[in-house]
Design a protein around this ligand. Structure first.
Ligand SMILES: Nc1nc2c(c(=O)[nH]1)N[C@H]1C(S)=C(S)[C@@H](COP(=O)(O)OP(=O)(O)OC[C@H]3O[C@@H](n4cnc5c(=O)[nH]c(N)nc54)[C@H](O)[C@@H]3O)O[C@H]1N2
Ligand SMILES: Nc1nc2c(c(=O)[nH]1)N[C@H]1C(S)=C(S)[C@@H](COP(=O)(O)OP(=O)(O)OC[C@H]3O[C@@H](n4cnc5c(=O)[nH]c(N)nc54)[C@H](O)[C@@H]3O)O[C@H]1N2
Ligand code: SF4
Ligand SMILES: [Mo]
Length: 749
């Protein structure tokens, strides 16, 4: 056992009461990256409390963070591989058996259909897991798959696209400098539940309270969320019309002479194009479509422009919708036009202590439309087509039909639009392998399920999330518990899976050799001498990549070139973390376009404005469905934690009293919600926190399927709102799913 220590700074190991000890670590569950104190005896977690000494989170924590012990001890958690036997049942197997069966099935697909018949889906925990975050790239590099799917196209693809077009890099995503701003707009985000997204900050709600103390917080959301309820102003908005409202704000900035390019004046191109584009969208023309008051939009623009330091933050409600690209582009434009881009208190780029592989320097032009999907003809955007294409690629016969699927920490049977078709398609595969700790709605279809370690059995240091963190902090957590003998870490599983897809046999696979090659390439990327880096850290695995990213990061020792510089070892010596200060202006390092300019009006984006303009006169749908999150839930996978799902039913249909009356449903009734794609039943929760014409269901539910092993979740199944999401309802430029704004009908069940 490693990593135990007494409470209090820097003390190591020792006993607290009896053999009770305290282990300090960072919660891996969301972007808040909270510091935890895990109280344990022997191999049992007793209690988890906030670590008040954590330099980053300073004692903040949410209910999910206290449940890492529940996740670890959950009897349903997979601890050994499962392999489907001849009777069609998934039964425990040894790792050798699991690899042998995987190889047999994959080889058969490759031999008969070629690599074109093999694909992968990469889910959300890939961004949070110590191994997977650092090895998903190696998996893809080795596997050589012609195409992959990911949770990206049901999440932040529009933001990746606009950042690539505006700044030259898909992952150089600016974040709101929330602790120094005086005026913050929060559009389509609910940090009260989510704790922040593409915004890493512990206790976002506390920070918003402080913004209110200095100035003002405005929330634009069809629902009066927990965030909106605590803001100065809630502006309800009809789903999917966000870009209209944002353009109207830009219109007012130009029309009323409020544009101040400030320090970035010489760095921005396309300002005139933006002015011309917005000229057609005054508040008076768009307000009705948005369900807003034109004066409210005008006033918002004026107050935003008048604030000393203002920031416009938009998240998933503005991505997972019909005009996601436009609505992800305009917040950055508004900040740039008011001098609030790359400036304290505005939208800024983080400076992580350890660089992320995703953020590596790249200067390729944006990749769009190099190929199209086989069945629907969906154009590729940044190497992917919509996740909703996966089902049809599996169930539509013909050359190129998908026959083998590797699922890496994802649950698309719940999370993908038109999830019913995917659920029905997965059994058609000749080979399906899931890397997952749970036997859930997706992995139950697999031929082989490979479990990863529990969070407490592995180290932790977030790979990607510091790339939009509000401070340059760094924290490393040791494993608390030793993994049982023979359990591989996920980096090795991913390496082996990559080889498997490529047709490289598992027998005698040179894991260390392949890993050395990967590490050398990353060392080169970081500007280090690969030989020297290899000599300094010969042990394969994610830790030396973590060390490399620190040592070749902005404060690193560069393997001795910068004596006194940081190494991972030094961060390990500070269990409460280190802090290198707030965000700093860094536009010179960020913009990757050859001319060094920020492109405020990329043609690919502005070409979508005609489609947006047609929205103004489109008759409003009587009722549309949106999604929401809850603090005690995490996408589809923490519903097996009893203390989180106990109490009031959470998977309810939120509906405004007027709409409820019109539909003939009352609070507590069961209602049928139907769309062109399907129908589900959900309990009704009547509330004026919804704006009229909009209903809301949480995503991530629907745990009543046979063949899973989720005994607690099964007792609280809820319904899957993605059964209602039409597969072709997407943001056209990015292909991102529009799971918000789905026309629905509500009737009594
Ligand atoms: N209608 C609607 N649909 C949505 C959304 C919405 O707002 N509305 N949101 C979308 C968004 S933003 C996202 S990110 C996606 C999420 O979509 P997915 O990534 O497909 O779903 P998750 O529920 O995050 O599934 C995570 C899976 O990883 C497993 N897992 C968790 N931790 C680990 C680990 O450490 N190792 C391994 N090997 N496995 C692990 C869990 O058991 C679970 O099966 O859903 C999307 N779908
Ligand atoms: N507790 C918890 N935390 C999480 C997650 C979780 O499942 N549970 N998931 C994590 C993941 S994967 C992600 S991506 C982040 C997401 O983090 P956030 O972006 O903060 O996501 P939500 O909390 O779903 O808030 C989205 C808001 O958008 C609103 N909305 C819906 N449609 C529209 C629209 O058309 N326009 C506007 N303006 N608003 C709209 C919804 O009403 C909702 O309030 O959260 C992460 N954190
Ligand atoms: S907010 Fe909750 S889930 Fe997120 S890191 Fe903190 S404790 Fe973990
Ligand atoms: Mo997400």
């Amino acid at each position: 056992m490693t990593g135990g220590r007494r409470p209090g700074r820097g003390s190591e190991g020792g006993s607290l009461t009896g053999d009770r000890r305290v282990h300090v670590r960072t919660c891996p569950l969301c972007e808040a990256m909270c510091g935890l104190e895990v109280h344990f005896t022997g191999d049992e977690v007793k209690l988890i409390r906030p670590n008040r000494s954590d330099v980053w989170s300073k004692g903040y924590i949410c209910p999910k963070g206290t449940t890492l012990g529940h996740l670890h001890h959950d009897p349903d958690r997979l601890r050994a591989p499962l392999v489907r036997n001849s009777a069609g049942e998934l039964v425990p197997a040894s790792w050798d058996e699991a690899w042998a069966r995987s190889e047999e099935l994959m080889a058969a697909v490759r031999d008969r259909h070629g690599i074109e018949a093999v694909t992968a889906y990469i889910g959300n925990p890939a961004a949070h897991n110590y191994s997977i975050s650092r090895y998903v790239g190696l998996f893809m590099g080795l596997a050589g798959l012609p195409m992959i799917y990911s949770a990206g196209t049901i999440d932040q693809w529009p933001k990746n696209l606009t950042c690539w077009l505006m700044y030259g890099h898909q992952w150089r995503i600016p974040a709101p400098d929330i602790e120094r701003t005086d005026f913050m707009v929060v559009q389509g985000a609910n940090p009260h539940a989510s704790q922040g997204s593409l915004l890493a900050h512990a206790d976002v709600m506390g920070a918003l309270d402080r913004v209110r103390g200095r100035g003002e917080v405005v929330v634009i959301d069809p629902r009066r969320t927990g965030t909106a309820a605590r803001a100065d102003q809630w502006l309800p908005i009809r789903p999917g019309t966000d870009a209209l409202l944002q353009l109207a704000v830009v219109n007012v900035l130009f029309a009323e002479g409020l544009v101040r390019l400030g320090h970035l004046a010489g760095r921005l191109k396309g300002v005139d194009e933006v002015r011309r584009a917005a000229a057609d969208f005054p508040p008076e023309r768009v307000a009705a479509a948005c369900g807003a008051d034109p004066e409210a939009i005008r006033s918002l623009a004026r107050r935003f422009a008048a604030a000393d330091r203002a920031v416009w933050y938009a998240r998933i409600g503005t991505c997972n919708q019909e005009f996601g690209t436009l609505a992800s582009w305009l917040p950055d434009v508004i900040c740039a036009l008011t001098g609030n881009l790359d400036r304290p208190g505005g939208l800024m780029w983080a400076k992580p202590v350890a660089w992320s592989i995703a953020l590596r320097p790249r200067d390729e032009p944006v990749q769009i439309g190099r190929w199209t999907s086989r069945v629907r003809g969906a154009p590729e955007v940044m190497g992917q087509v919509p996740l909703s294409c996966l089902a049809e690629e599996i169930d539509t016969p013909g050359s190129g039909q998908i026959k083998a699927l590797v699922v890496i920490c994802g649950n698309p049977v719940i999370s993908a639009p038109d999830s019913g078709r995917l659920d029905a398609a997965l059994p058609l595969l000749d080979c399906m392998i899931s890397l997952d700790n749970a036997l859930n709605e997706t992995s139950r279809h697999a031929d082989v399920v490979l479990p990863g370690l529990s969070a407490l059995e592995q180290p932790h240091y977030d790979e990607l999330l510091w790339s939009w963190a509000t401070r340059s902090a760094a924290k490393w957590s040791p494993p608390l518990f030793e993994p049982p003998d023979g359990r591989p870490e996920e980096w090795e599983i991913l390496l082996r899976l990559g080889a498997l897809c490529a047709g490289i046999g598992q027998d005698g696979l040179d894991v260390a050799g392949i890993d050395n090659g990967y590490f050398s390439a990353l060392a080169q990327m970081g500007g280090a001498d690969p030989a020297a880096a290899l000599a300094a850290s010969p042990e394969p695995g994610p830790e030396r990549i973590n060390d490399l990213a620190v040592r070749t990061g902005p404060w690193g020792d560069r393997y001795g070139e910068n004596p006194g510089g940081l190494t991972l070892e030094q961060i390990k010596q500070a269990p409460d973390g280190i802090d290198m200060g707030p965000m700093v202006p860094r536009i010179d390092e960020i913009v990757a376009h050859p001319d060094g300019m920020v492109d405020l009006a990329p043609g690919y984006i502005t070409a979508d404005l005609d489609r947006l303009a047609r929205l103004i006169d489109r008759p409003a749908e009587p009722l549309v469905l949106t999604s929401r999150r809850h603090l005690r839930s995490n996408n589809s996978w923490m519903h097996n934690v009893g203390v989180l799902v106990s109490g009031r039913e959470r998977c309810t249909l939120l509906i405004h009293p007027d709409d409820a009356a019109a539909a003939g449903v009352a609070d507590g009734d069961l209602a049928v919600v139907s769309s062109v794609n399907g129908r589900i039943e959900a309990p009704v929760e009547v509330s004026d926190e919804m704006m009229p014409g909009v209903v809301s269901l949480p995503h991530g539910w629907g745990h009543d399927k046979p063949g899973t092993r989720q005994s607690v979740a099964r007792e609280h199944p809820g319904v899957n709102n993605n059964l209602l999401a039409p597969p072709d309802f997407v943001d056209a430029p990015s292909g991102n799913a529009a799971v918000n704004g789905i026309p629905v009908e509500v009737t009594p069940a």
